[in-house]
Design a protein around this ligand. Sequence first.
Ligand code: ADP
Length: 367
Amino acid sequence: KRKIAVLTSGGDSAGMNAAVRAVVRAGIARGCDVFAVYEGYQGLVDGGNLIKKMSWNDVRGFLEVGGTSIGTARCMPFKQRPGRLQAAENLVNRGIDSIVVCGGDGSLTGADVFRSEWPGLLDELLANKRITEEQHNSHRYLTIVGLVGSIDNDMSSTDITIGAYTSLARICESVDSIASTAISHSRAFVVEVMGRHCGWLALMAAISTGADFVFLPEKPPSDDDWQTAMCDRLTRRRALGKRNTLVIVAEGALDKNLNPIKPEHIKDILADRMGLDTRVTTLGHVQRGGSPVAYDRYLATVQGVEAVEAVLHATPETPSPMIGMSQNKVTWRPLMKAVELTHAVATAIGNKDFDKATELRDSEFKL
Ligand code: ADP
């Protein structure tokens, strides 16, 4: 009988609860015991009542609730080997042999590190007499399955991450509200949206709200004098009768010289050069989403069920899978490769090597 632990880790995203619900219920339906680990990796390290066996009814009502009801945390001890050793001991003591982690690239990196240290951690626990020979023998293999929960949609090897569409929906609702007041007063608004180093949220929001201009991390403006080019475009639109001006700035946006673009700077340009009454809105944490949109509930549910299948099909030889989505089909891709590719893309963007980043992103579609 497989004993599966499910946890949510890193930044919260809408749909994490639906993922936990799906893992718990699919696990029970397939004859497994399922444990919820509260507070992300901190719960693994601390153990005690932070690791709780779940029943079918424990996840009732989880589908429509935003964030994660089993808690999440940034856990420093898990980044160090002694913390992971403690986590291993807690798992073994409960007979748990598999973990489903729902989190972003940091959390999935941590999961990958943990599995790579298995069974070394086990050997160390035995050598220190923290577990018995029998426990050591029955836990030779640890199965890890990754589910990607992130509003940023910045993970490689999947088209979409759990929570991204909810965040996008909230951004669009907020921008629509801003548009009403902007039209009334004939104002300009500069709206900053989240996404860290990934422009997905900003680009999708710009298309979905009909923004006049968008600044992204991956595609800095190409004109030498991009300020004038931007103002010319906005002026043309105003001349056509548009009463509001909307500029979206991704949190990680860069200018022509690859310096960060800040909304206040854009505001000054619009006010000084165009004489527009301009306001800045930083949407902040409303973007984390609240109640998930239907797509995130669906995505988390089908992927949670798939995660349990992946646990049941895992062999000692197969690499840990990450459950993703490609062309509307649920996929299993090696977690380690997805993590490596995500880091390589982030490094390329960090080095301002956008061609390389694009090449790396496209490479996964050539498999
Ligand atoms: P996200 O999963 O949203 O990207 P973080 O990057 O904060 O969030 O990662 C969440 C947690 O995952 C960290 O607090 C830490 O416990 C664990 N983690 C992240 N990176 C590593 C790593 N390299 N090794 C071990 N654990 C890690």
